[in-house]
Design a protein around this ligand. Structure first.
Ligand SMILES: [Zn+2]
Length: 145
């Protein structure tokens, strides 16, 4: 009888534990997938915040609330943070730029490939693939017909 009671209590305890901890499992799952939106927004927010702090610092100095020494120390820290932010942004811009360049190069090579696939012959002067409608070679300008 006592053993049965212990078993029931144990079962209820395990069930309660599972129910209580369940939200933690659910919360920890989608975190691996959520990447961009928040991260894209965050640096700009931090940057604005730093600029605001810098502005406040100027006001406090002007009002005599902080010493020039404190002002310099805090300003230096903020400047470092702002520089870090600018570096981060320019790095991100470079990544976007280079990926755009790759995309354009991809389009160009696709276009060239398309021309080769549809070509009906090659220019006798430069070897450029020619299309049926070409009157002149698109590369060297040789008259074809
Ligand atoms: Zn040609």
């Amino acid at each position: 009888m006592v053993i049965t009671l212990i078993f029931i209590l144990l079962a209820v305890g395990i069930l309660a534990f599972a129910i209580i901890t369940q939200p933690f499992y659910e919360v920890s799952l989608p975190e691996t997938n959520s990447n961009n939106p928040v991260q894209d927004e965050l640096p700009a927010t931090i940057y604005t915040q730093h600029l605001n702090w810098l502005y406040d610092l100027d006001i406090e100095l002007a009002a005599g609330k902080i010493s020039a020494q404190d002002y310099q120390a805090q300003k230096k820290l903020l400047d470092i943070e702002i520089e870090k932010f600018k570096e981060q942004v320019s790095r991100q811009e470079k990544i976007v730029e280079s990926s755009n360049e790759l995309e354009i190069e991809g389009l160009i090579s696709d276009r060239k490939l398309e021309r080769v696939e549809r070509s009906v012959g090659f220019c006798t002067q430069c070897g450029m693939p020619l299309q049926r409608s070409d009157l002149f070679c698109p590369a060297c300008g040789l008259k074809l017909k």
